[in-house]
Each structure stands twice: as C-alpha cells, then as structure tokens.
Design a protein around this ligand. Structure first.
Ligand code: GDP
Length: 594
C-alpha cells in the first residue's frame, strides 16, 4: 500500500460503480467505459471489488488503498434474522445464557386460542399464583419441570405481524391452534404463512379432540398438505392433540415447547444491553401510562430510563404478570411498568438509556431522521426490488397471491414457480382465495413482499394500510398478464448470462521459483494477447489444472497491462504455484449479456 498522497483514494472492499465514480469525481459513464475496456461489463449499481476499483483508479491517475475498519464489510441482510438474535449479535458469546421461550398462539377464529391460553394459565402458572392472576397484562409465564415458558396472550397474527412490521419479534415459537373438528381453514393458512415468513418454528395444538366429530387423522393430512408434516410421519412439525376446554394434553404441549426451544438455542445476556419489545400500553386515569414490556436482553431494573419510539420515562414501579411488585426483570420476562411520559406503540422496541437527557437526544435524532425520510417511501415496487437486486441486496421476490377461486390458484402458483431461475427465487409467502385483506398487507409490509390479486379486489382497509405502508398491490384479470409482469421484473432481476471471450494464449517455457513471490512462469505469447486483468486457465496435456486470476504480468522487468503475440513475459497466478514447463495458459474474459 502506497504512501498517502493527494492522489491516493481509499476504497472499501466492495463498492458500486456509482460510488467509485463519485469518489474520484469522475462520471459514471467514464468509469463504466474503463471497466468495459478491461473486460468488466458493469452497470451503475453493480458492486465491484477493490482490485477492480483499483485498476479503474489507476487509469484515472489515482492510487487506491483499501479502507480499514469493520464498516467496509458488506452489511449482512439481517432482516429475516429473529430480532432477539439480532439483539444478541453484539453480545459476548461467552456471556449468553439460555432464557425461557416466548410463545404466541395463532390460528383460525373459534378454534380455541383464547380457551387454550386460559387453560394453560390456570393449570400451569407457578403454584400459588394461579388464582392471583386476575388481570391480563398481555403476557404471562408458566412453569413446566422447573423451566419457565412465556406466553404472549394476545392471540392472532395481526398482533404478531404488526410487531414484525415494526422490526420487532416477540415470539420464539408459534403455537398454531387447529380445531380437530374443523381442520385447516383460511386463517390457519394465513397463520402458517406469517410464521414461516418470520422463520419462527410452529407447533400444532390440535384442539377440541374431545368433540365427537374430531377427525385427527384427516386434519394431519391437511396440515401435511399445508407444509406442516407431522413428526410421526417423518416431518418436522410436532402435532399435539389437546382439549383446551377439558384441559387435556396441556402438559404434552408444554413438553413440546421445551423440546423445540432446546432445538433452537434461545439465548440472551442477562448482563447485556437492556432491550425488548413493547407488548401493550395504555393510559390509566390514576397511574398514568401503563406499559407491558417483554425483556429480550439484559435485566430491566426499577429506576431505569426506558426509551421506545418517540417516548421515554423513568420506571417508577414495575410489576410481574401476577401483579406483584418487582425490582428487576430478566430476559423473557414480561413486566408492567409505570413511568412512560406517553403511550409507546405496541410492537415497538424499547431500550434502556443512561439518562433522560440521552433519551431526549435520541428522540430528537429520530424526529430529524423521520422528517428527512418522510419523502422516501419504503415501497416494495417491482422496480425498486429490481434496484435492490442490482445492488445485491435481494435474491428473491416475495409474493402474496390472492385469487377468486381455488382453481385459478394452482396454475398461477405453478407458472410463477417456473419463473424461478438459478439463484433468483420466487417466494410465494401466502396463496389463498378471497379479497386482499389488511392481514395480507401486513404480511407484505413485514416481509417486503408484493401483493398480487387475480380476479379479486383489495378491501378498503387493505388499500389504506397499503398506502400508508407503501405496499404495492397489483390486480390482474388475465393470468398471463400477471405472469408476464413478474417475468419482466425477474428478467430485470436476473443476472445477465455469462459468456467467455478468449483473449489469447501463452506457453510456459521456463519456471522460476522465487522466495516470497512464488512461481513465475516465463512464457511466450502464442496467440492474441495476455492481459493482467483477465482470467487464466492452465491447460496441461489438454486437461484443465487450474483456473484463476493473474497476480502479476511482467515484460522484461516492468509490470505491464498486456503482452502481445510473439513477445515474452513473466506470469504468476493468484493462489497457484504449480505451473510447469509446457503448460498452456489461456487468457479469457467473462462477459455478461444483458
Ligand atoms: P378463538 O377465537 O380461537 O380464541 O376461540 P375461543 O377460545 O374463543 O373458542 C371458541 C369456542 O370453542 C368456544 O365456544 C370454546 O368454548 C370452544 N372450545 C375451545 N376449545 C375447545 C375444546 O377443546 N373442546 C371443545 N369442545 N370446545 C372448545
């Protein structure tokens, strides 16, 4: 790396063509032309590596040096990593400890979600406290074999997905309640889609098995068809028969929860950064704002200053789910706190900050950012998805599909799936009959998906929410138009086809092994030319023995960019030191057709 001079520019490991041009105050066109002349076909949003950027820079008279520091590592897309995992990413792995699983209950209306939550609360809440819970605070804990499980007691995927749309995620495990006398219904499928989109494991509570018309086997088939293959059929889904009404099978259900929680390493650092999710909040005439917080990392203490969204407060008092006053709350504990200045929105992430002054500063910063971003919508239009793809941010097109009748769903799904190619995948998060509902839009918001409708409408609430959240809803009356549209989007998204263009050949005449440098092959160019920034394939007796990049190309003692037919040169290859006399080096470039 050279001495820093006015002509030295720092580049990260990867940057887009646009950023490269900006850094050198060059026009993107100029940069693209230089890249082309060096055999790299790139568009303005494409990411190129440091070495390539350095070549362009040198042609424009700059010397490139690599930026240091973690910020040049391309950010990993963490959007689908559960929140609590993201929360503990910065924690010292040695300090992570197991914490109770947080469970939420989803399922079709009337299948028994509320009854099940009540049944579990009454039978399994730690002894002596059962009668004590007269108030619902939005979550409670039960004990099974000396281990705690936290239940969020607002059933339904509206709450679950609303949280996810805000970037939070309360639940580690979803209990899907399916009535054994009714089977898999539209909201069951929706719930499956929501849980799968959030990558949260599902346990099925097959409820109402006490009913004479319960048909367990039939429902298991339906579940398997919906993608939840019961474990007794070699699938991955635990299906536990229960009767919420008769309070039967609850123990098995809790066992299943412990089993699943052991398989997914649910952890937190009790001494780490204190953060979690607002479960619910309201104003009480006498007590002020009462908020239920689910602690997901660290230990919340009475007296702490908490910040959620645009509101904060010093915790005046804190109560557990039984109403008992507590001084601290460890990971996975739900607590009711008094002290917020305003009602924090349910589903927001909260954090503990060192002082009220700091809380105000963060809120001020959030307000400024909000104003700045108010003109930029987070719309998931096909065009924007395409751009994101080009920037390497997305590799799949998430879709939610609604159609008028079952008969049209299948051909559409098949045609859409056929469009998936190579690395680019169509991901149909949810496909169902019926109009586009608010719940579909919520799922789309949380998953950055596009909603497609075939011969259906979007109801008013869905349209409003879509407008607010910037979700794209596309309605069609002709199947092939829908497929054509998606295909176009995907074609734009597809990486151009890659073809190989031969540049020249060299024959190895002599081998020089040089300490610290490696093997240098003394070559003669027998065809075309060999360029420093092309790829080289090493052929020995007609067989390829290596394929890689040139590390240095010298003519006489000088580093050169290319050597033409008939000339001698010295070639060394990156990561390959076994060249031998007689090898043929084929120089070629990769070109992308778009
Ligand atoms: P939710 O809409 O999913 O919350 O369903 P509810 O918990 O309100 O239950 C709907 C109806 O099913 C109520 O009348 C319950 O009494 C009844 N129910 C719930 N669980 C059972 C069960 O295990 N067996 C029977 N027979 N009825 C149940």
């Amino acid at each position: 790396m050279g001495e820093i001079t006015s002509k030295t520019i720092e580049f990260p490991v990867v940057l887009t063509v646009r950023d490269l041009a900006l850094k050198m105050s060059a026009s993107p066109i100029q940069v693209i032309k230089i890249l082309m002349s060096n055999g790299v076909m790139a568009n303005i949003n494409q990411q190129i590596d440091f070495d390539t950027a350095a070549i362009v820079a040198s042609e424009l008279g700059f010397e490139a040096v690599q930026e240091a520091g973690p910020e040049d590592v391309v950010a990993e897309d963490t959007s689908e990593i559960p929140l609590w995992r993201r929360l503990i990413m910065d924690e010292d792995p040695k300090k992570l400890e197991k914490r109770p699983a947080v469970v939420t209950i989803l399922g079709h209306v009337d299948h028994g979600k509320t009854t099940l939550l009540d049944a579990i609360r009454h039978t399994n809440v730690a002894s002596g406290e059962a009668g004590g819970i007269t108030q619902h605070i939005g979550a409670y804990q039960v004990e099974q074999k000396g281990r705690l499980v936290t239940f969020l007691d607002t059933p339904g995927h509206a709450a679950f997905t609303a949280m996810r749309a805000r970037g939070a995620q309360g639940a580690d495990i979803v209990i899907l309640v399916v009535a054994a006398d009714d089977g898999v219904m539209p909201q069951t499928k929706e719930a499956i889609a929501h849980a799968k989109a959030a990558r949260v494991p599902i346990i099925v509570a097959l409820n109402k098995v006490d009913k004479p018309d319960a048909n367990i086997d039939y429902v298991k088939h339906q579940l398997a068809d919906a993608g939840l293959v019961p474990d007794e059929w070699d699938g991955n889904t635990l299906v536990v028969p229960v009767s919420a009404k008769q309070r039967k099978g609850l123990e098995d259900l809790l066992e299943a929860i412990l089993l699943v929680s052991d398989s997914i390493d649910i952890q937190a650092n009790p001494d780490g950064k204190v953060t979690g999710t607002v479960i619910e909040a309201q104003i009480d005439k006498t007590k002020g704002v009462i908020a239920t917080l689910l602690v997901q990392n660290g230990t919340l203490q009475a007296g702490d200053t908490v910040l959620a969204g645009l509101t904060y407060g010093k915790i005046r008092a804190m109560f557990d789910y039984t109403g008992k006053k507590v001084k601290s709350a460890s990971p996975s504990s739900p607590v009711q706190v008094l002290g917020f200045g305003d009602v924090p929105p349910a589903g927001d992430i909260f954090q503990v900050v060192p002082s009220e002054k700091e809380a105000r500063a963060i809120i001020q910063q959030r307000l400024t950012e909000k104003n700045q971003n108010s003109t930029v919508s987070a719309k998931a239009t096909l065009e924007q998805l395409f751009e994101k793809f080009q920037a390497g941010e997305v590799r799949e097109l998430p879709l939610i599909l609604k159609a008028d009748v079952q008969g049209s769903l299948e051909p559409i799904i098949n045609s859409l799936n056929e469009l998936s190619q190579g690395e680019i995948k169509i991901n149909i998060l949810h496909a169902e009959t019926g109009n586009i509902s608010e719940s579909d839009v919520m799922l789309a918001t949380a998953s950055k998906a596009i909603v497609l409708g075939f011969n259906v409408n979007a109801d008013g609430a869905a349209r409003n929410l879509a407008d607010q959240q910037g979700v794209s809803i596309r309605l069609y009356e002709i199947i092939y138009r829908m497929i054509e549209d998606i295909e176009k989007a995907l074609k734009g998204m597809l990486e151009p086809e890659i073809i190989e263009i031969p540049v020249g050949q060299a024959q190895v005449r002599a081998i020089f092994k040089i300490n610290k440098v490696g093997t240098i092959a003394g070559c003669r160019i027998t065809q075309g030319e060999v360029r420093r920034n092309t790829r080289i394939r090493v052929m020995r007796n007609g067989t390829k023995v290596f394929d890689g990049e040139v590390s240095s190309l010298k003519h006489e003692k000088d580093d050169v960019k290319e050597v033409r037919q008939g000339f001698e040169c010295g070639i060394s290859l990156k990561g390959y030191n076994d060249l031998s006399e007689g090898d043929i080096l084929e120089s070629y470039i990769i070109e992308k057709t778009s």
